[in-house]
Design a protein around this ligand. Structure first.
Ligand code: SAH
Ligand code: SF4
Ligand code: F3S
Length: 485
């Protein structure tokens, strides 16, 4: 048992800090003639997009594979958020060079945010790349592949104002059959000064609610028990029939403006056994209406990812985040008042942003003490070409200082995660079983409403089932317990 605890704790902590997950396509055997291998980097939106890509190419004669050596087409779905993310992709492309030498007909394509950022430059810089497609160009992939088959290089990096892939039913590539992600919007209009996303993903647009509900319903019917609604800023979800289409009203579908709180409620009403999560909330936009909607429905999980980025108001202004330290702390108070202190809150933080002083860094640490996050993704600032910060501010904090400040917030977060987990010991939690524990075949794992991973002996319980678990011990990353009912 001691070993199990240590292993899980260490593994989780490393995963949280690295935040460099890579997803690889699964094996499909539907008898299609060509094989597609997709490796996806970055955020959940990108992983979701790979499922759209797999769906589009399934119609075009491709089965996905997890074996790179079987592939006729290799796609890297890339991320540009930090320099390191792009370096990882460059290394992978170097590795593919060897494969292509042995199999010259192999098609290598770069999709996603790095494709959008670098456009045709990618074709010049990385000779191995045959195809470049940005996040709004995936419907064009069959045509682009045909172009490469004809011996040309192919590229489409047009950003759209209305593409949401609403009608495409994603092929679930990394599915456990229990939890799934649903994109509810694309793009971002926020222009945080450090962030490349508005440039790589384009203008914000919301997907029509009927298609979201249809997807969630279908997942529930297929045995899924949890959906996570995804967007860069879910609180600005807005669907208004007049703006979007007259057809919508004629079809007598939903005929009123739908905001995020409304959408959340509609999904929650599909079935009490379907859990609903969402990400990401923006502190300047999350409304009391959303918090009250969460409070009204047991199946809307009591967990909010509310990235603060910095605890200092001057830095927040430079970041163009649209809120102050006090505004943020007020929001946290609102959350705790409406949803109770047990509601899980997590964050993203950036250390060493342009001109950040030692005192301003301390403000991030004291904010952390006030909020006591359950969990956080922490990064040091990485300047991105084309962003407002790159154009207007000086990246003047040394790498050593950035890293030292990062170490300080990471170790504070570690102690907070552990403290928050300790509060859960001795309590019973409703857990949706998602799979076998990563560290022991004899244990299952799932999450409680506040997004904590809980591990417990397998007995005869099944994946996809809800169980009540009494937690008897914890690490910084995991709760350990036993099913009691
Ligand atoms: N839409 C989400 C986050 C998207 S990016 C939001 O608004 O919170 C995920 C996280 O990456 C950000 O929250 C931020 O903490 C981090 N990030 C973004 N750009 C970065 C940069 N240039 N350097 C370091 N971290 C960055
Ligand atoms: Fe980037 Fe800000 Fe948009 Fe998040 S809200 S994606 S950090 S610009
Ligand atoms: Fe990365 Fe693009 Fe997501 S830059 S974090 S993959 S939106």
């Amino acid at each position: 048992m001691e070993n199990l605890i240590n292993d899980i704790g260490i593994l989780d902590q490393a995963e949280h800090e690295a935040c460099e997950t890579v997803h690889i396509s699964k094996d499909q055997h539907t008898g299609k003639s060509r094989k597609l291998y997709i490796e996806s980097y970055g955020c959940q939106m990108n992983f979701s997009d790979s499922e759209i890509v797999a769906s589009i190419l399934q119609e075009d004669g491709f089965d996905t594979t997890s074996d790179i050596y079987q592939a006729d087409v290799i796609f890297l779905n890339t991320c540009s958020i930090r320099e390191k993310a792009e370096q990882t992709v460059r290394h992978r492309l170097m590795h593919f060079n060897g494969l292509k030498r042995k199999k010259p007909e192999l098609l290598v394509g770069v999709l996603g945010c790095m494709a959008e950022r670098l456009k045709a430059k990618l074709l010049e810089e990385e000779r191995i790349v045959d195809l470049v497609a940005g996040p709004d160009a995936y419907r064009d992939l069959p045509k682009l592949i045909a172009q490469v088959d004809d011996g040309q290089k192919a590229i489409n990096t047009f950003l759209s104002r209305d593409e949401t892939y609403a009608d495409i039913s994603p092929v679930r590539l990394n599915s456990n059959g229990v939890t799934a992600f649903i994109s509810i919007m694309r793009g971002c209009d926020n222009m945080c000064s450090f962030c490349v996303v508005p440039f790589t993903r384009g203008r914000e647009r919301s997907r029509n609610p009927e298609s979201i509900l249809a997807e969630a319903n279908d997942l529930f019917k297929r045995g899924y028990r949890e959906v996570t609604l995804l967007g860069q800023n879910v609180d600005s979800y807005k669907w208004s029939p007049e703006e979007n289409s007259k057809l919508w009203i004629e079809k007598k579908g939903i005929d009123q403006v739908v905001n995020f709180a409304n959408l959340l409620e509609m999904v929650a009403l599909i079935h009490p056994d379907l859990r609903v999560r969402f990400s990401t909330s923006h502190p300047k936009d999350i409304t009391d209406e959303v918090l009250h909607t969460m409070a009204r429905h047991e199946n809307i999980c009591k967990y909010i990812h509310l990235p603060v980025q910095s605890g200092n108001t001057r830095i927040l202004e430079l970041m163009n985040r649209g809120y102050s330290r006090e505004w943020y702390l007020d929001k946290v108070l609102k959350i705790k008042t409406i949803l109770g202190d047990e509601c899980g809150i997590s964050s993203d933080m950036i250390t060493g942003f342009c001109s950040e002083t030692e005192d301003e860094h301390q403000d991030t640490l004291t904010l952390m003490d006030e909020v006591q996050y359950d969990f956080a993704y922490m990064f040091f600032y990485s300047e991105r070409p084309g962003t407002l910060a790159e154009k207007k501010l000086k990246d003047d904090i040394s790498l050593d200082t950035k890293k030292r400040r990062l170490d300080e917030i990471v170790s504070k977060q570690r102690s907070h995660s552990f403290l928050r987990n300790k509060l859960d010991v001795g309590k019973v939690h409703k857990v949706l079983i998602e799979g076998v524990s990563k560290r022991s075949e004899d244990y299952l794992q799932g999450r409680n409403t506040t997004n904590k991973v809980i591990v417990f002996p397998k007995e005869n319980f099944k994946i996809g089932q809800y169980v009540t678990v009494l937690v008897h011990e914890c690490t910084g990353g995991t709760l350990i317990g036993k099913v009691v009912g």
